[in-house]
Design a protein around this ligand. Structure first.
Ligand code: PMP
Length: 414
């Protein structure tokens, strides 16, 4: 048995599926095949139970209360912060800021660090495979400050052109914001190398980990990332919770993001002082329930282990890639050497949306369209793709259902 096969054998998919209540349902009279995991993953019962438990046992506002419920809620909320710290191997829990999601985490950096540190003529580098949430905040900043956005080109394979990246780097480069795993192509980018080279040029780096946190081992210290952003809902956790990791010295020097309760030390009309890290960035009542339940998701992932998850998902990716190639007229967009379990494809003369609708009639959920990566679609000269993205609970049988569904759907459409 190869190492990969032995790890794969460690996942009992059929037992795991029992832990996800939604996977038992039917769609349009057919068993649900959920292949839209890059958009959001389904939630295990442990996470759903943690939400119910919070609201039925210790719902209270956190940090300021001295009554028992407030103390319990605060302890649970802060326990998630510690779980997240360990999940990404941050040095301290002060470096873990809770947000609404990856989008808000990136905006936080754009509105605080970048707004304070960057001036007209400074350059920001993003890549050609960014999600809109790692493009638009920087465009808004450029419009406001006169900073300049540079873009790392994407090769025909769907990889970053690293030589071009090196040519873009200069003493004008002050910030690099790059996705670790592309949501549209599945490409795993060499972020460690990008960070090393950006640092050598004197730039800070944000890693968009929205798609990587669920598949790859994340070690922000080994990466030496300045900022790392991801969302709970793509890691089997609830929606409405995100994480911004930032190096302590950077967070300390940054102005607050929003003003309000919780983020202050002392308020008077003569002046206000701000709270210590990380609370300076968490104004107002946060999303307590979902944050508390996010810990159950992290525990769930840890209990299986990323290596076993990856082995299983890599098997699905390899199997699906082989099977999809047998469909006439189907072209996979994104053939990077390093990929996670995301497959985007186009079919000659067939619109992705039609494929998506007809697959849904067969109970198969895929994503169609531009995947919030319109510049990437423009790069490939297409308006969109059909995307199947796999999670730890998906099976080869489901891929067989996708392939036979596709064959029938394409026949109907041509
Ligand atoms: N970046 C990437 C690569 C993503 O895939 C997503 C979500 N599709 C985001 C950022 C934004 O995440 P959220 O919607 O959770 O804020």
């Amino acid at each position: 048995m190869t190492a990969a096969a032995s790890l794969e054998a460690m996942i009992d998919v059929h037992a795991l599926r029992q832990q996800f209540p939604i996977l038992a349902r039917e769609v349009k009279g057919k068993p649900l095949v959920y292949f839209d995991n890059a958009a959001t993953s389904q939630k295990p019962r442990l996470v759903i139970d943690a939400l119910v438990n919070y609201y039925s046992q210790f719902n209270a506002n956190i940090h300021r209360g001295i009554h028992s419920l407030a103390e319990e809620a605060t302890a649970a909320y802060e326990a998630t912060r510690e779980a997240v710290r360990a999940f990404v191997n941050a040095a301290s829990r002060e470096e873990i800021v809770f947000t609404r999601g990856t989008t808000e985490s990136i905006n936080l950096v754009a509105y605080t660090w970048a707004r304070q540190e960057l001036k007209a003529g400074d350059e920001i580098i993003v890549s050609g495979m960014e999600h809109h949430s790692n493009i638009v905040p920087w465009q808004m900043l450029c419009a406001e400050k006169g900073t300049v956005l540079k873009v790392i080109p994407v090769t025909d394979n769907g990889e970053l052109d690293m030589d071009a990246f090196r040519k873009l780097l200069s003493q004008r480069t002050k910030f690099v914001s790059v996705v670790q795993v592309s949501n549209a192509l599945g490409t795993v980018n060499p972020v460690q190398q990008i960070i090393r080279e950006a640092h050598a040029a004197g730039a800070k780096v944000l890693v968009d980990g929205a798609q990587s946190a669920v598949h790859l081992d994340i070690d922000v210290q080994a990466l030496d990332a300045d900022f790392f952003a991801f969302s709970s809902h793509k890691v089997y956790g609830p929606t409405g919770v995100g994480v911004l990791y930032g190096k302590k010295e950077l967070l300390l020097a940054m102005p607050p993001f929003q003003g309000g309760g919780e983020m202050i030390k002392q308020v008077s009309f003569d002046g206000t002082t701000y709270a210590d890290l990380p609370y300076k960035f968490e104004a107002g009542t946060p999303n307590i329930a979902d944050t508390v339940a996010f810990k159950a998701a992290i525990n769930f992932v840890n209990s299986i282990g990323k290596a076993a998850i990856r082995a299983h998902e890599n098997d699905l990716l390899a199997y699906a890639s082989e099977r999809l190639k047998t469909i006439p007229g189907l072209r996979i967009i994104g053939q990077a050497k390093e990929k996670v379990s995301v497959i985007s494809f186009v079919v000659d003369k067939v619109h992705p949306q039609d494929i998506g609708i007809l697959l849904d009639n067969r109970g198969i959920a895929v994503r169609t369209g531009h995947h919030c990566a319109q510049p990437l679609m423009q790069r490939f000269g297409i308006s969109g793709t059909t995307r199947a993205s796999f999670a730890l609970y998906n099976t080869r049988e489901e891929i067989d259902a996708l392939v036979s569904g596709l064959e029938k759907v394409i026949k109907m459409l041509l």
